[in-house]
Design a protein around this ligand. Structure first.
Ligand code: 4AZ
Length: 836
């Protein structure tokens, strides 16, 4: 029996009287014991006093220890450093720590370090000892670790003493007090505490790059297993005298956050922050490679992990090349009316401790305009104390500058000096120069504040053509434009499109529909409640578009159990909105494998960034159209891609081959190829209007999903992709109107455009089965060859197939958005035909 069941109980609501009557007393075997005692008695007082005295003694003891002895409590402090021994010549045996030559020189260095530290009043009393870790050529460079036992509170003073001693020896050549060695370039800094943890297993490798063969380094377990937890791995890399090292990562995939797992690359053989080139974590696509170059023939790579995480790791090639090979040559004299130059190793990381000077001279009476299409020169801080680009006599640039940053020089001569210091490298810059007439910097053009010149007709047209918006300021707008309160003009068709184009909301004021009202496609406003009620309340019936009638009237999602969910885009958001989880089933889609890496105006996609992207080839020829993977057997593409023409039977499954997991068109052999079993074009596809431009393709055999092959999520019939939202388009189509296809998969972001606005822009050719998206200022769009490919919409952390690239009026023209098949409209049809 439950002991609680015994005896009395209090029942809420029962009266005190009942309570009283319910009380039963336990029988007392010894009534005396149950009587309350009157006081503690003599023994109690004595015991109490003894305890009190003991506590007081403990407190006093602790205080004495704290104020007297604690200053003797010492912390271990390790400094890593390097120094140059100017009166020794490097011999090969110095590479081997077990050689007699190494040990002999190391002992001398350790002796002289001790003697050097004795020059400081603070250091000798805390100095424990030094250890030489390596030597390299030039005359001889020694890399060492010095250990100090520093009393608590004295750490900063010791830091200062070590760095001031290094400074004394850094520039002037000084002979240490005793000993035969002459030191200069002494550099040292405290070891980052994140690098030493007793819990980690530590492994060290030493490798020497040869010109004839390639060395590789890789994280433990790569490529078969995720890297090992709690490890510290270090690679000491060396090259031949007179050479520099190049470290090229072909795979790099670590935890996103660098706090626990990271790779560090040093321009040194010891872990010194002053020679730390970069710390990296996260994912780098092979199409955006990480390459580092050392300033001398040594490099150190460290890899640190903690107990958590499950990531593949990295692999890198180590090569060497002669410092005089010209590979890193930079600077020189530039003349003529235009030209270009770039930082060494651009667009990959420039080496540390590098200086380049370009002396530009243009014809006598002209001035110079410098343009930097790309500029990433380490971290930007005021006065650019680290790496920088100095335009002599004009300005100094550092950090990340906007694309096409412009600098004008009112002279026919200018020197540009690029300097990198000993740490923290970056991808560098590319630059062009051209001349201009001093009297007329922008002949027949408008000069922007950023010195760019633009066509005068572009002034006050609502588009930021200067890049700094100067030509859109202080505008008087004509009748075809919205006069924003902030004196900017915007095209009238942007009024009330749900996007704040003015920047001060003027274009979205007084738009007619109040909160709680629904705006029809014809701009009429009706009560939100009338949407999807089965009656067309808008004159164009658009309040009944996209409704799952009969099941869920005003809902956005019909669950398998018949429940209707009114929340927008409830699918795959991690919440069981239906109660039967039907909104969360079939969610193994729309995610790239990498957590973290044609189109006009886009950029190269990272490998595996769009694993649902398919390239459709006519067998044994070239790419024709795009498609999207929706399951292991089915693809979605455009119906206009599969219409026969006089020469090719595009409608026949046997015409095609599909490449899945493809990135670069020339690397088809790396992709997964499938033939087609059947093609199902939409029966209502209209080849004149491109209405219902959608088709399904069944593969001849299922594909296995992998990092580069995965399905995209399908939206539900009632999903909405609101005006102004950003979507991503991808494909190998032309990179300009009438141009050639892209060799590497391209991507670009565009915005959903209001259907009514789009219909006006496209002269009434837009149906409810079409969605418009683009950048109305032009320059970014899908183009020929992108057709059939995906327009992907990110929601709830997954990509959904919002549209299929369909058609447009040319490519990337102003006010001519791209037109996409509206996939939610075909959700039921896809289910019916494929079961997906
Ligand atoms: C095409 O011909 C095509 N600007 C696809 C998209 C667009 C234009 C043409 C949209 O496949």
């Amino acid at each position: 029996m439950d002991p609680m069941d015994e005896g009395m109980r209090y029942t809420p609501g029962s009266s005190d009287k009942d309570w009283d009557t319910a009380v039963t007393f336990l029988p007392a075997s010894d009534n005396k014991k149950l009587e309350k005692k009157r006081g503690p008695g003599k023994v109690g007082i004595i015991v109490g006093l003894v305890i009190l005295a003991a506590v007081l003694a403990l407190i006093i003891g602790l205080l004495v220890w704290h104020f007297h002895f604690r200053k003797d409590l010492k912390l271990q402090k390790i400094y890593t450093g390097s120094l140059r021994i100017t009166n020794q010549v490097f011999v090969d045996a110095y590479e081997n720590p077990d050689s007699a030559e190494f040990k002999n020189l190391a002992n001398q260095v350790m002796d002289q370090l001790k003697s050097m530290y004795s020059e400081s009043p603070e250091l000798p009393k805390y100095y424990i000892g030094s250890r030489v870790q390596a030597f390299s050529e030039g005359s001889v460079i020694a890399y060492y670790e010095s250990e100090f036992a520093v009393p608590v509170g004295q750490e900063a003073a010791v830091d200062r003493a070590v760095s001031s001693l290094s400074e004394t020896y850094s520039t002037k050549v000084r002979r240490a007090q005793q000993g035969p060695l002459v030191f200069d370039h002494v550099v040292s800094s405290a070891l980052d505490t994140r690098l030493f943890s007793k819990a980690r297993t530590s492994t060290r490798f030493a490798q020497h790059a040869r010109s004839s063969a390639e060395e590789t380094i890789k994280s433990p377990g790569f490529p078969d297993q995720p890297y090992t937890p709690n490890s510290f791995v270090q690679w000491q890399l060396r090259g031949d005298p007179g050479h520099v090292l190049k470290l090229s990562f072909d795979t790099f995939y670590l935890e996103k956050n660098c706090t626990n797992d990271f790779v560090r690359v040093y321009d040194s053989l010891v872990t010194m922050d002053k020679h730390l080139m970069a710390e990296k974590c996260g994912f780098y696509s092979p199409s955006n490679p990480l390459t580092f170059i050392s300033s001398r023939n040594v490099m150190l790579v460290t890899f640190v992990t903690n107990e958590e995480g499950n990531f593949p790791g990295f692999r890198a090639r180590v090569t060497q090349f002669s410092r005089d090979s010209g590979e890193l040559a930079c600077g020189g004299k530039l003349s003529g009316s235009s030209g270009s130059f770039k930082s060494p190793n651009f667009p990959s990381y420039y080496p540390p401790s590098t200086t380049c000077q370009w002396d530009i001279e243009v014809p006598n009476s002209k001035f110079i305009k410098l343009k930097f299409p790309k500029f990433m020169v380490s971290t930007g801080s005021p006065n650019c104390p680290g790496d920088n680009v100095q335009i002599v006599g004009k300005s100094t640039l550092c950090g990340q500058q906007p694309a096409n940053t412009m600098v004008t020089v009112n002279s026919n001569q200018v020197s540009v000096v690029f300097k990198s210091d000993s740490s923290q490298v970056d991808r560098g810059f590319s630059a062009t120069y051209e001349v201009f007439e001093p009297s007329d910097p922008c002949p027949d053009q408008f000069q922007c504040n950023n010195k760019r010149c633009i066509d005068p007709s572009l002034r006050c047209d609502g588009w930021n053509d200067c890049g700094d918006g100067t030509e859109e300021k202080n505008c008087k707008c004509d009748a075809s434009m919205i006069q924003c309160r902030n004196e900017v003009c915007k095209p009238m068709f942007w009024r009330c499109d749900g996007v704040n184009d003015c920047g001060d909301d003027t274009d979205e004021l007084n738009c007619g529909c109040k909160i709680g009202e629904f705006k029809c496609k014809n701009d009429q406003c009706v009560s939100e409640k009338l949407k999807c009620d089965g009656n067309p309340d808008c004159k164009d019936g658009s309040d009944e578009d996209g409704c799952t009638r009969d099941i869920c009237k005003a809902s956005t999602f019909a669950c398998n159990n018949g429940k209707c969910i009114t929340k927008q885009n409830p699918m795959c958001d991690g919440q069981d909105d239906c109660g039967d989880n039907s909104d969360e089933s079939s969610c193994d889609c729309g995610k790239k494998a990498y957590t973290n890496s044609r189109i006009v105006g886009g950029q190269e996609a990272d490998m595996g960034e769009f694993p649902w992207q398919v390239s459709l080839h006519v067998k044994n020829t070239a790419h024709v159209c795009g498609a999207s993977i929706i399951s292991d057997l089915w693809l979605v593409t455009a119906a206009h891609c599969v219409q026969d023409d006089v020469k090719i039977k595009y409608a026949q499954a046997g015409t095609w081959e599909a490449y899945l997991g493809l990135h670069r068109q020339t690397e088809k052999q790396k992709a997964t190829k499938r033939f087609l079993k059947q093609i199902i074009p939409h029966k209502n596809y209209n080849s004149h209007t491109y209405d219902n431009d959608i088709a399904l393709m069944e593969l001849d055999s299922p594909v296995t999903f992998s990092a580069t092959i995965r399905p995209i999520c399908l939206p539900t019939a009632t999903d909405v992709f609101p005006t102004g939202e950003t979507v991503t388009i991808s494909g190998w189509g032309a990179t300009r109107e009438g141009g050639a296809g892209a060799p590497v998969l391209q991507k670009a972001n565009v915005r959903i455009i209001n259907g009514t606005v789009c219909d006006e822009l496209m002269n009434g050719q837009i149906t409810s089965r079409m969605t418009c998206a683009g950048v109305l200022s032009g320059g970014v769009d899908a183009c020929q060859g992108d057709s059939g490919g995906p327009m992907s919409f990110l929601t709830n952390d997954r990509m959904f197939l919002a549209g299929v690239v369909s058609w447009g009026d040319g490519c990337a023209r102003r006010n001519k958005p791209g037109i996409y098949t509206n996939v939610p409209k075909f959700r039921a049809w896809i289910k019916e035909k494929t079961g997906v």
